[in-house]
Design a protein around this ligand. Structure first.
Ligand SMILES: Cc1cc2nc3c(=O)[nH]c(=O)nc-3n(C[C@H](O)[C@H](O)[C@H](O)COP(=O)(O)OP(=O)(O)OC[C@H]3O[C@@H](n4cnc5c(N)ncnc54)[C@H](O)[C@@H]3O)c2cc1C
Length: 456
């Protein structure tokens, strides 16, 4: 590669950084433990610039690693040489179309900014991954989930259309503003969750909905996590229609309180379920809250509180939202993101307790209980590097095997990247991996887009 050639595409020196001057954060992910190398970092401003970069790289078989917010936890933005394309400056909201209830945005739009702007106009974009500095482009490339998935679904459910740049440098629209689409294969859905391996996303049309008028939160306290897991099933079976259902252990709540400086509404119990409800009318929401109270009490909840005050709700969700960082502040940890059928949550949690006792490795769990998505942090403590790596691999192999036995999957929302790749490949059907690789070679015959990540 001749660096001079890239200056013809991006002449602005502030938007084209040579390999030896790239800041470490652009060569890593949110955890920053693994750092890659790249020959150049580019900040395009238009689809046309992205098209020219892809065409140039494809002709010379130069790898491209796309990144937007860099908040992934899986090493999926760690480059193995070649070019890093950072989409954070393609961050315009191009249109809010109230007639079709859609928004057209560029990939670098930050989720919190987008949601704030919509909510001020009475509109709502529900996908809600914990890290609000993530971007719409990254959310689509990882099919991000988050806390509101129980009621509203995940990012995929809100993508109407994508403009992509293909590996060989063509600009293409997939999908449209229509509500329905039964027209041929859904290429758009292949791109969603593809972790930058199939195409570069340059524009997005998202579905919006009206903003619910009111939100109420509730917290239930249990003597142990098994009871709380049973409570989750009762909630889902009740007709209470929660927006989110999360579970937490006392130990992790304490870490969250310490990290955030806030107080959790209930104390002196081992496990908690927190839930939220939204709608248009107080009485109707409170009726649904009373259904959930019956459900959790029947599962063994010892205490129950309703939070109507918006500040109290926000504080509780801030404690929940900071947990990955709160655990990381105490010790290096490996975040797992497994997902099991919702009736298997307690089996999985029971297994983590068994494994903790057997291996001597501390594990804390919390997560999106309403959709079976468990975030399990495996804690390093003061283990030496090589002992830690061996022990971690041993317990992760067992945990992923158990997940598969329970009918679950390696990742519910964070994606595979590098961190989970070997476990994913060990547990997936070889035939499905072969099909995925065939799809990749149709999209990217020279294997330049994020090679070596996920299934590729
Ligand atoms: C504290 C914390 C909490 C989190 N909580 C959640 C959670 O609740 N739910 C959840 O789902 N995730 C969560 N995450 C993970 C992360 O925020 C999500 O994966 C998010 O979607 C990544 O978005 P990003 O903009 O940071 O993307 P990046 O990290 O920049 O990239 C992620 C992937 O997308 C690809 N990509 C980025 N932009 C493009 C593009 N324009 N075209 C093609 N490919 C592209 C990259 O190559 C990479 O594979 C959390 C992370 C942290 C640090």
């Amino acid at each position: 590669m001749r660096y001079k050639d890239l200056t013809k595409i991006i002449p602005d020196t502030e938007r084209l950084i040579p390999g030896d001057r790239i800041e470490g954060k652009y060569l890593s992910d949110a955890l920053g433990r693994s750092r890659g190398v790249a020959s150049a970092l580019l900040f395009p401003l238009t689809s046309e610039e992205v098209r020219l970069i892809a065409a140039y790289a494809n002709e010379r078989a130069i790898p491209i690693t796309a990144r937007s917010g860099g908040t992934n936890l899986t090493g999926s933005t760690v480059p193995h040489g070649g070019l890093v394309i950072d989409f954070s400056r393609m961050n315009r909201i191009l249109e809010i179309d109230r007639e079709t209830l859609t928004a057209t945005v560029e990939p670098g739009v930050v989720l919190a900014d987008f949601q704030g702007l919509l909510e001020a106009q009475g509109l709502f974009y529900p996908p809600d991954p914990g890290e609000k500095t993530s971007t719409i482009g990254g959310n689509i490339a990882t099919n991000a989930g988050g806390m509101r998935a129980v009621k509203y679904g995940v990012t995929r459910d809100y993508v109407r259309a994508l403009e992509i740049v293909t590996a060989d440098g063509k600009i293409l629209w997939l999908g449209g503003k229509t509500v329905k689409d039964a027209s041929g294969l859904s290429l758009k859905n292949l791109i969603i969750g593809s972790e930058g391996t199939l195409a570069l996303i340059t524009k997005i049309v998202l579905k919006l909905i009206p903003l619910p008028a009111k939100t109420i939160a509730a917290v239930a306290a249990f003597p142990n996590l098994d009871r709380a897991a049973a409570g989750v099933n009762r909630i889902i079976m009740s007709a209470s229609g929660p927006t989110s259902v999360e579970f937490l252990e006392r130990e992790v709540v304490k870490l969250g309180e310490r990290f955030s400086g806030l107080s959790f509404p209930l104390d002196k119990h081992e496990a908690f379920i927190i839930a939220s409800f939204d709608g248009g009318d107080d009485d109707e929401i409170l009726q649904r809250v009373s259904l959930i109270e019956q459900a959790v009490r029947s599962a063994g909840a010892e205490d129950f509180a309703v939070l109507e005050d918006t500040q109290a709700q926000a504080d509780m969700w801030r404690i929940r939202g900071c947990l990955v960082k709160a655990v990381e502040a105490v010790s290096e940890q490996e975040p797992m993101d497994i997902v099991v059928p919702i009736n298997k949550i307690s089996d999985f949690i029971a297994y983590t307790h068994e494994l903790e006792a057997e291996s001597g490795i501390r594990m804390v769990s919390f997560g999106h209980a309403g959709d079976g998505n468990i975030h399990l942090c495996i804690i390093r403590g003061d283990r030496e590097q090589n002992l830690w790596e061996e022990a971690l691999d041993r317990v992760m192999t067992k945990l992923y095997r158990k997940t598969a036995d329970l009918g679950g999957l390696v990742s519910g929302e964070h994606g595979i990247g590098i961190a989970k790749r070997s476990y994913y490949l060990a547990n997936a059907a070889p035939e499905s991996i072969a099909l995925m690789r065939a799809v990749k070679s149709a999209f990217d015959p020279n294997n330049i887009l994020n090679p070596g990540k996920s299934y590729s």
